[in-house]
Design a protein around this ligand. Structure first.
Ligand code: ZN
Ligand code: ZN
Length: 348
């Protein structure tokens, strides 16, 4: 009987993989493949935690029979969390290149129709809002008129700022304030927050809100699952010891995850209320437009309520770019802190 050698086994595997790649093109890219594996692992991990309750916790099964709505709500939270995870992961963070296409496309449209009321961009409370639907991005107008984008962006910087200073050397596009090039995505991202390995995407202007909701739902699910595990251990401690060991180990990891999630949720809530990003907070001293601004002054903040309103109502198909505050605006924002210092400092 012929035994397949290592080489033929490898050929068979390669052929199988080629076939899979034909049906699922994303598998041919190693980066996308590892991101897919990570997503699959996350779903499996969620399912393990929940299925263990249905396998070992007889009280939970009994409760499901008596109060099906309780388990239905719990399972709905699980489905909603996983759905939110995939939704956030597949939402564009708002790439600079996409915004540039929209600006150029709108500008070309306005020029063609010569309609004075339709401007490529409009000023709104000191920020620039590109009010064009991102679904139109399919039409390739990129490069047809790059100067309109450059003009729009450079208007957000103080007069006299060099275009070269804010041109990304990788994408060769002028970055608006708060944008940053992500080396994992190899693209410039609007209002760059961070690149999330778990989601396999950047967190930026368009998906930051969804990201916050995902952490919120994950925290709630983690907390609820932890409570169910604790109640199992309380009532079934005399049953099989190995089941208890598994439950305790899972509960310990749940507890660690819960601490991490709560801290992450609080941190991002603080960032949202002050209109900052993780990148701006961590690299504050290295970002040219934040250098020299007092620690307690948040240059893009418009007050907690306005910041929350802007954040919650941000639509994923719109691009919002904020201009840099002027020296006078910064001075006004820093004034309350100067007064506080004056109260405590005897020198003033
Ligand atoms: Zn770039
Ligand atoms: Zn990225």
């Amino acid at each position: 009987m012929a035994v397949p050698c290592g080489g033929s086994l490898r050929d068979t595997w390669d052929r199988f993989f080629d076939r899979c790649s034909r049906f699922f093109p994303c598998l041919s890219d190693p980066a996308r493949r590892s991101a897919l594996c990570l997503k699959l692992a996350l779903v499996v991990l969620h399912l393990i935690y929940v299925s263990i309750l249905f396998i070992f916790d007889k009280d939970f099964i009994e409760k499901t029979k008596q109060q099906p709505w309780y388990t239905a709500i719990y399972l709905s939270l699980l489905v909603a969390t996983l759905a939110q995870y995939f939704l956030t992961s597949n939402t564009s963070p708002g790439y600079v290149l996409e915004a540039m296409r929209v600006v150029n496309e709108t500008d070309a449209l306005v020029r063609r129709k010569s309609v004075a009321s339709k401007q490529p961009a409009s000023s709104n409370n000191g920020s620039l809002v590109v009010t064009v639907d991102a679904d139109q991005l399919g039409r390739n107008l990129l490069g047809s008129n790059a100067t309109s984008w450059t003009k729009v962006v450079m208007d957000m910087y103080p007069p006299g700022t060099s275009v070269r200073t804010w041109t990304c050397s990788y994408c060769n596009v002028v970055q608006p304030p708060r944008a940053k090039h992500c080396h994992d995505c190899d693209k410039c991202v609007l209002q760059f927050d961070h690149h999330c390995v778990w989601l396999g995407t950047c967190i930026g202007q368009n998906n930051h809100c969804r990201f916050w909701w995902y952490i919120c739902e994950e925290t709630a699910l983690c907390l609820w699952t932890g409570i169910l595990y604790i109640s199992y251990l309380k009532s079934n401690i005399t049953k099989a010891w190995w089941v208890d060991v598994i439950m305790i180990l899972l509960l310990a990891t749940l507890f660690v995850s819960l601490i991490f999630l709560v801290l992450l949720l609080l941190f991002h809530s603080y960032l949202i209320m002050t209109n900052q990003t993780t990148y701006e907070l961590v690299r504050r001293r290295r970002i040219p437009y934040l250098r020299g601004i007092p620690e307690r002054v948040y240059p893009f903040s418009q007050g907690v309520c306005r910041n929350l309103y802007n954040f919650c109502l941000a639509r994923s198909t719109y691009y919002k770019m904020e201009r840099l505050p002027t020296a006078q605006e910064l001075e006004e924002k820093a004034r309350p802190y100067t007064c506080l210092d004056a109260l405590t400092c005897r020198c003033c």
